[in-house]
Design a protein around this ligand. Structure first.
Ligand code: PHE
Length: 329
């Protein structure tokens, strides 16, 4: 038996010295170390040996087994490191990869700026969902049943009672229903309108709603707040005016215009927001006593505001994702 092991070892040394690649190495592994390989056969034979001889032969067999597997491992690592170093060859003549760093979209930047200004004026930020109920979007805001804004032409209805909100004013309803006055918050977000797409209007845009409800809120405060905003946002010398207007959920109502003066061209007034004192009917709808509380509200279009500030003349470019435009900001 010891002789058998000795000759197996010799054969193995002979065999392994001829191995030149992973395939022949694997063949050899099967020949010696697989379940029916030479080593396994010798282990089987060992079981048949008389007890007295077993320890000695067993030791020799163990040594042989360790010797073979060590040799295999050695060669395997050698082959592996060889192929790895080939794969990882570094070509220093290649041009480097160009990483471009993204930036915030101009609308996000404008929204951030608007939020910061109103935070400075004591407003917190509150958000509502884009999919709204007809009740929050229209009814609670005092829109009569036959109001043209409910028309299928303007509103993306999802079901009979649910729609994509057409303005951020429903968030006023949510805020007043969920929290007790005094309330002072802005409510930014996306709004949707089923309008013909042109340089001036898009089916999707952003608004920032504002609401202040307390026991002694006045129209003068509303104007003061909006003027303070306009001066910070457009610059101290901004020219503005308030015009009487109408919204179902405010009474009285007004719109604010800002003078737009493109270089070398005629200037004109541009409407930037709607505002007014919260209609008592709206307060009743949300369970706030209109004898005790008053409120003002406003809503501004963010695209409008950004277009005015950055002299952009086509709203569609804000939604195109054209890098040549986006990287200018
Ligand atoms: N929700 C109105 C609109 O979309 C704007 C508005 C908000 C007007 C709040 C008055 C008060 O046009």
């Amino acid at each position: 038996m010891l002789k058998k092991i000795e000759s197996a070892r010799k054969n193995f040394e002979d065999d392994i010295s001829k191995v030149t690649n992973p395939t022949t190495l694997e063949e050899l592994r099967i020949k010696y170390l697989s379940r029916k390989g030479i080593v396994a056969q010798l282990v089987e034979a060992l079981k048949e040996m008389p007890k007295e001889e077993k320890p000695k032969v067993g030791q020799a067999l163990n040594q042989f087994k360790n010797f073979t597997s060590e040799k295999f491992d050695e060669l395997r690592t050698k082959f592996e490191s060889h192929s790895k170093s080939k794969r990882e060859f570094i070509d220093l003549t290649l041009p480097d990869r160009q990483y471009t760093i993204g930036s915030k979209h101009i609308i996000t930047q404008t929204l951030d700026e608007i939020k910061e200004i109103f935070k400075g004026l004591g407003f917190s930020v509150y958000e509502g969902p884009e999919l709204e109920s007809d009740y929050n979007n229209f009814e609670a805001l005092n829109f009569p049943d036959d109001h043209p804004a409910r028309d299928m032409q303007d509103t993306f209805f999802v079901t009979k009672n649910f729609l994509m909100r057409t303005h951020t004013s429903p968030v006023q309803i949510r805020l007043m229903t969920e929290k007790k006055p005094p309330l002072r918050a802005i409510m930014p977000g996306k709004v949707f309108r089923n309008e013909a797409i042109s340089a001036k209007s898009y089916c999707l845009f952003h608004q920032v709603e504002g609401l202040y409800v307390d026991t002694d809120v006045t129209f003068a405060e509303l104007k003061g707040t909006l003027v303070a905003f306009a001066k910070q946002f457009y610059g101290q010398d901004v020219q503005y005016r308030f015009r009487a207007s109408f919204f179902p959920f405010t009474e009285p109502s007004a719109e604010m215009d800002v003078w737009w003066q493109p270089k070398g061209k005629d200037g004109r007034w541009l409407e930037v927001l709607g505002c007014g004192m919260v209609d008592p009917n709206v307060l009743l709808n949300v369970g706030i006593d209109p004898e005790k509380f008053v409120g003002y509200a406003f809503g501004m279009g963010v695209e409008r505001t950004a277009m005015l500030k950055y002299a952009i003349n086509d709203i569609r470019i804000l939604f195109d994702n054209d890098k040549r435009f986006l990287t200018q900001f």
